[in-house]
Ligand binder design. Structure first.
Ligand code: ADP
Ligand code: MG
Length: 734
């Protein structure tokens, strides 16, 4: 028999489709004969999916084609061969599969409170099963004397365990259950559920599509890469994501798909960066001049740490390269980023340029201003402060001084990016605590100079390097990973309200030694008035326990006028008050070296990086410092993890890793990169290792063949094009 050619096959199929009635099923066969195009077939034509159900898949999940459906991956698999014992149930975290009988059943309560309770028994013990909904439907189905397999998440109520709304299946039916040993679990929604597309419904549709999968499926990675990385073929990976024979197969499939996703993401970032560094010319600061040298020799007051020296050198290379610098300095609280930024700024000034420094809060801007003035007082450098509360006349003087070039350094808050603020010759913009400034705000600074000013961003939210390179794709990164010598690790403890008296006694001891104390309350915008009340109640109770005149207390909160805030902060900074009771306005940056205790109230309401920042306010002097985390007794498991992490480590990098795992990178970085962060399978927080591997491989491939024109790299070119298109679509959405 002669084999049919490809064209004949498709003609044959078309004929069949046309000659018989156009049933969906046939179109499906037709499409699968067409191999690759099967994956592009609209999902209506998948067996078991009519137009109505296809419509909800489109609107709810954005699944249009068979390939989209196959790339809708389960978030978990249940191993149907592993059974737990009732007697072994001891935590709420994990779902269990049990085998046994239902020996009793009763309806309890009435009306809205009614529920069905069944006692389930295996050879090791008994557990209660509960249904709050669908009682009428479920009750007649439950039979005595037959063996059931149940699956669900146990929870504890008053010392006994129960499972609410378990999956319930007759053991005799289990053998016939489709989907193999590992049952895939998909996330669904109410709308999908109503159309029969709950997890099991979706599983069934996907299984149908899998049985029609063509024997050949286009690869997305070059063969040499697949071999080198020991990955399964793409077809096998897709199958094993949904219906693996073993967990190892699943993990291998998952790793391949994660790698693929991160690899193309890295390619996009590397290419963006190549473009931006190639194109943008920047001011060149070729001379290390008089001011820099004098300051470094005579006014620094301490020796820079090795890490600081390294970063200064990196900046020096950037600004002397003729290209525009876009650099991020990552360093833990207290690692000495400010001095590095100042030295960078002096390079600009020595070369005839002005600089500006943006801080996220007025207090911090003020403090930078005072710090800079003090350090520079004997040098011919003029520093000005511009914040929202600067009066009109003074503001005008500043505007003039900037345009004439008389002012060398402008420090301030958002006020700096107002259009009225014009420089004679802005050479560098330094941004402190970057997470509060968006990319758009950075861009406004560019408008203020002939050449784009060099940009130096300082952040105290350190994150792992590869991740940072992914998140701040357009920035080069320097890390200050060394603290100035002589710092003592801050001792951190967790206390509840029951310990309040002993905490106060401890504070009194510290104050008696001449130290100062911060007491910080949370301030969350939405519940401002409640938070304000908490703060005031706290202030009152502290005033009673620390009475005047022996003790002086400062209070600072968001409702105060800037002058009053300032006055109170100053009293504390000068040592006139021993306690500072405040909302989180002191979070970033303030520097009072004599303060040795940080008490944080309602710790459970703070995020990890915020807690770390707050703790960083102490431990700045030579004394042993303490951080006391106060909380209620009842804590969510996330809150418990945050507190435990704080008690265990002072290392900002470790803390941010935990934070990433708890919150996910999107939350931490805000929405600025959300288009990029929109990943299907990979997780930037937990897939560090794969991320590094993908980045390394992307660099190698770009070096070999920057535009992917070699035949062996054709698939990379294709994948990159597709990835770029996807990212673009996402960025349009956000
Ligand atoms: P951060 O990185 O949190 O912004 P700062 O720049 O505020 O830290 O520095 C914290 C303190 O450490 C400041 O008082 C600063 O003067 C001091 N400092 C910075 N570098 C050194 C150093 N190399 N040796 C000693 N003290 C230093
Ligand atoms: Mg700082």
């Amino acid at each position: 028999m002669r084999c049919l050619t490809g064209a004949e096959v498709s003609l044959y199929a078309v004929e069949r489709c046309l000659s018989r009635s156009r049933k969906q099923h046939e179109f499906f066969i037709f499409a699968s004969i067409m191999n690759q195009s099967f994956l592009d077939t609209p999902i209506e034509y998948v067996k078991g999916l009519g137009p109505a159900r296809a419509e909800v898949l489109k609107s709810e999940l954005g699944i249009f084609k068979v390939m989209d459906l196959l790339e809708y991956f389960p978030f978990r698999h249940i191993d149907r061969t592993v059974f737990h014992r009732v007697a072994d149930i001891d935590n709420e975290g994990m779902s269990v599969q049990l085998k046994g009988h239902i020996i009793r059943m009763q309806e309890l309560g009435s009306g809205r409170a009614s529920r069905l309770s069944a006692t389930f028994q295996d050879e090791s013990g008994q557990i209660e099963l509960l249904w709050f909904k669908g009682i009428k439907w479920i009750k007649p189905k439950i039979k005595a004397g037959v063996t059931y397999v149940i699956y669900g998440k146990p929870s504890e109520y008053k010392g006994t365990w129960n499972i609410a709304h378990p999956d319930l299946e007759l053991e005799s039916k289990m053998a016939k259950l489709e989907g193999g040993r590992f049952q895939a679990v998909y996330s669904s929604s109410e709308k999908l559920g109503k159309k029969g597309l709950n997890s099991a419904g979706i599983a069934k549709v996907i299984r149908n599509a899998l049985t029609q999968l063509p024997p050949q499926m286009a690869e997305t990675l070059p063969q040499d890469m697949i071999e080198e990385l020991n990955f399964p073929a793409r077809r096998a990976a897709i199958i094993n994501m949904h219906a693996p024979e073993s967990m190892e197969d699943y993990v291998r499939a998952l790793n391949r798909l994660k790698f693929e996703e991160l690899f193309f993401l890295q390619l996009i970032l590397l290419r963006q960066k190549l473009v931006s560094t190639k194109r943008t010319v920047g001011a060149r600061f070729s001379a290390v001049g008089e001011i820099f040298t004098t300051f470094y020799k005579n006014h620094l007051g301490f020796e820079l740490t090795g890490a600081q020296k390294r970063v200064v050198k990196e900046i020096r290379n950037d600004v002397n390269s003729g290209y525009h610098m876009n650099r991020l300095i990552q360093g833990d609280v207290g690692s000495g980023k400010t001095i590095v930024a100042l030295l960078a700024g002096l390079l600009a000034i020595d070369n005839g340029y002005q600089i500006c420094l943006m801080a996220p809060t007025e207090i911090l801007a003020q403090q930078h201003y005072e710090g800079f003035q003090k350090m520079l007082e004997e040098l011919p450098v003029k520093v000005a402060l511009l914040t929202g509360s600067v009066k009109t006349a003074e503001r005008r003087r500043i505007h003039e001084g900037l345009e004439s070039g008389e002012i060398n350094i402008l420090i301030g808050t958002h006020a700096l990016i107002e259009p009225k603020v014009k420089f004679k010759c802005l050479g560098m913009a330094i941004i402190d605590e970057q997470h509060r400034f968006g990319v758009a705000q950075r861009a406004k600074l560019w408008a203020k100079a002939q050449l784009p000013p060099h940009v130096l961003v300082m952040t105290a939210t350190p994150i792992p390097r590869t991740l940072a390179m992914t998140m701040y794709g357009d920035l080069d990164i320097s890390v200050i990973d060394e603290l100035p010598p002589g710092r003592k690790a801050i001792k951190t403890v967790h206390r509840t309200d029951a310990h309040r008296l002993s905490v106060f006694a401890f504070l009194k001891e510290e104050i008696a030694k001449g130290r100062q104390v911060y007491v910080v309350y949370p301030l969350i915008e939405e519940s401002q008035s409640m938070d304000y009340k908490d703060l005031m109640d706290g202030y009152e109770s502290i005033s009673r326990s620390f009475p005047m005149p022996e003790y002086q207390i400062s209070i600072v909160h968001g409702k105060m006028k800037p002058e009053d805030k300032d006055y109170e902060m100053r009293r504390f900074a000068k040592g006139e008050t021993q306690l500072l009771v405040a909302t989180t306005v002191i979070e970033v940056g303030v520097n009072v070296p004599n303060a040795s205790v940080m008490v944080i109230e309602s710790t459970e309401r703070f995020g990890l990086s915020q807690l770390h920042q707050l703790r960083g306010r102490v431990g700045r002097g030579a004394e042993q410092s303490y951080c006391i985390l106060m909380s209620g007794l009842k804590l969510s498991s996330d809150a418990r993890t945050r507190i435990k992490t704080m008690c265990e480590t002072n290392d900002g990098f470790k803390i941010s890793e935990v934070d990433l795992e708890l919150r996910g990178p999107g939350d931490i970085m805000g929405t600025q990169q959300s288009g990029l962060m929109n990943l299907k399978v990979a997780n930037l927080a937990t897939d560090q290792e794969i991320l590094s591997k993908a980045r390394k491989m992307a660099i190698v491939k770009m070096d070999e063949d920057p535009d992917f024109t070699l035949p062996q790299n054709e698939l990379i070119a294709l994948g990159l094009k597709k990835a770029l298109k996807q990212r673009k679509d996402w960025s349009k959405i956000s």
